[in-house]
Design a protein around this ligand. Structure first.
Ligand SMILES: [Zn+2]
Length: 148
């Protein structure tokens, strides 16, 4: 199954994509998985397994970290979320759709994460796509920096 990313998903669209994925993988549409998806959808910006786990726990939802890990990797394999390894102790995740596409700068000394968009970089990627007759499916551009 190939999911064509669109812009600004409503929760209903996001949920129906997720259910298509579960159907394809022959997995049950459990309330655990539904709560995880809702929590991801409601999160703006980056999150870790722990922040997601704590968010669900504070809402009194019984969800195991294993189910969170499995759900995240399922969503990641269909490009509905992105996994970032910014060098900290745990991976960071974020939702992705075409409207939120951006790149990252990591300030190594402080672990600060700066998100940026650069039109010249987008044009360069477009040029690479045209030159090699390819379509970028996933993009990971991160600069690891020291402050000057
Ligand atoms: Zn980001």
């Amino acid at each position: 199954m190939n999911i064509e990313l669109s812009e600004n998903y409503s929760f209903e669209e996001y949920r129906s994509l997720f259910y298509r994925i579960l159907d394809e993988k022959k997995l049950n549409k459990t309330s655990e998985r539904f709560h995880i998806l809702r929590a991801i959808y409601d999160t703006d910006g980056h999150f870790t397994v722990n922040t997601l786990y704590n968010k669900l726990k504070s809402k009194k939802y019984q969800v195991s970290k294993t189910t969170i890990y499995n759900t995240l990797s399922l969503l990641e394999s269909f490009y509905l979320i992105e996994k970032h390894n910014f060098g900290g102790s745990c991976a960071q995740y974020e939702k992705c759709d075409t409207s939120t596409s951006h790149d990252h700068i990591i300030i190594i000394d402080t672990d600060e994460i700066i998100e940026f968009k650069n039109e010249k970089l987008n044009l360069l990627i477009k040029e690479i796509e045209d030159t090699y007759k390819l379509k970028v499916a996933r993009r990971a551009f991160t600069l690891f920096c020291h402050k000057k």
